[in-house]
Design a protein around this ligand. Structure first.
Ligand SMILES: [Zn+2]
Length: 423
């Protein structure tokens, strides 16, 4: 690629430049409206008006991208909640859902999460990896540059380790940065004969090996009606914390069981879903700086009218993230769709939604000092959008508005095509 011989990249005449949370960049004069970026050594080198940038940097030394005041620029999307690795397609359940057959009835007919678990256990590592690679490439084409990925469809030692190994190998091989999470306590699988505490203990036995082999940064659990109780979850998470893991929680999706408050008490990095949470949860999470990770794809695919109460979390001063919850029951990998759902279903402004899908996601992964905003010195994970404004990114939905994806200063997608698949 010829741009690699250049000093870096200049992006100029940007229609709308969304920087996110910036502390280091200072306008050179009051009311400066920056519309250009310089990328060098994988980082944001300069931000300013096109005229000033082109006076300071010689465009012939750089790969020069002219947005012609038609294209906008924002940080790469950070999708901080995905179940990337699984086998088995569940599109056939859609007709049952439309007929009004409930989630538990679908499960009783052999569908649902236990179907995914059976298929995932039977799949070879190679098959899981190939399927996930296809998803990662689609995510990249839609502007996602960092994701979190959970295990949780193995639910026994062998298969949970298999999934975590796949996640870690993909992180080595694919340009998207992947943050691994151990979700051995997703649900108690149908074939486990003992009681819930006995199941949790079998998953606890895996923690030292996961730590020793550095297979996961986070430990997660589903704390909810029909999943694990708060007491059971605390029993597991306290052990994970003791062994040096950071934690995150699937919280209060089906019912307000106090999972968000538990996440705050235990110092979780994020609590996710929070569909049924009330103000007291938002306040507890804000006080302990737990990110409220909202996943509007889930109520959408469940055909529910009940979305998380974004404004309650915002007004409590919680950092809010938006993520896809990509999984076989919620096959949405495009963060742009999620921003649109955030706006239309949760009354987020387009800029609030975009900030949640970039800075919020980065904070939900403890990486907000490196990614999620376009401040000076930050990692250059940058998107060029084929729309004249951030409002249009959300408003012109149902199509891919991302034309160029830059990760760590390297162009990975150009004119909507992947130009390099290596790190
Ligand atoms: Zn999930």
């Amino acid at each position: 690629m010829f741009h690699e011989e250049k000093e870096g990249i200049i992006i100029a005449n940007i229609a709308e430049l969304f920087l996110g949370e910036v502390k280091k960049y200072e306008p050179s004069y009051p009311n400066e409206k920056p519309d250009a970026l310089v990328i060098k050594n994988g980082k944001i080198e300069a931000i300013g008006e096109t005229g000033r940038i082109l006076a300071d940097y010689n465009r012939t030394d750089y790969e020069y991208i002219n947005c012609n005041n038609e294209q906008s620029v924002c940080p790469g999307f950070v999708d901080s909640h995905t179940h990337l690795v699984f086998a088995g397609n569940r599109s056939h359940e859609l007709e049952m859902k439309i007929q009004g057959i409930s989630y538990s009835e679908i499960a009783a007919k052999g569908g649902g999460i236990n179907y995914t678990v059976r298929e995932t256990r039977n799949a070879l590592k190679k098959e899981l990896k190939e399927a996930a690679l296809k998803v990662l490439n689609k995510m990249l084409l839609h502007g996602t540059t960092t994701i979190e990925a959970k295990s949780g469809y193995g639910l026994n030692h062998e298969s949970e380790l298999k999934i975590l190994e796949v996640i870690n190998e993909l992180n080595e091989e694919h340009p998207i940065e992947i943050v691994p999470t151990f979700l051995g306590c997703h649900i108690k699988p149908e074939d486990f004969m003992g009681n819930t505490y006995e199941y949790i203990e079998t998953m606890m036995y895996l923690l030292p090996e996961i730590k020793r082999r550095n297979l996961a940064e986070y430990v997660d659990i589903w704390t909810d009606l029909g999943a694990f109780t708060v007491e059971e979850s605390e029993f597991f998470l306290k052990e994970a914390i003791k062994q040096g893991f950071k934690i995150r929680v699937h919280a209060d999706e089906m019912d307000n069981v106090g999972a968000g408050i538990m996440a705050a008490n235990l110092g979780a990095v994020s609590a996710d879903h929070l569909l049924k949470s009330e103000a007291i949860t938002a306040e507890a999470m804000a006080e302990k700086e737990v990110v409220a990770n909202l996943l509007p794809g889930t109520p959408f695919v469940l055909m529910s009218k009940k979305y998380a109460n974004y404004r309650m979390f915002r007004d409590a001063n919680c950092t809010v993230a938006l993520s896809t919850d990509f999984n076989p029951n919620c096959y949405i990998l495009n963060m742009q769709t999620i921003l649109t759902l955030g706006t239309y279903m949760m009354k987020m402004t387009p800029k609030e939604a975009l900030k949640a899908g970039t800075f919020g996601g980065a904070k939900a992964l403890n990486r907000e000092k490196r990614i999620g905003s376009l401040d000076l010195g930050m990692q250059a994970d940058v998107l060029i959008l084929d729309v004249p404004s951030i409002d249009d990114l959300v408003y012109q939905f149902g199509t891919n508005n991302v034309s160029t994806v830059i990760k760590e200063g390297k162009i990975l997608v150009k004119d909507r095509e992947i130009v390099t698949e290596t790190k």
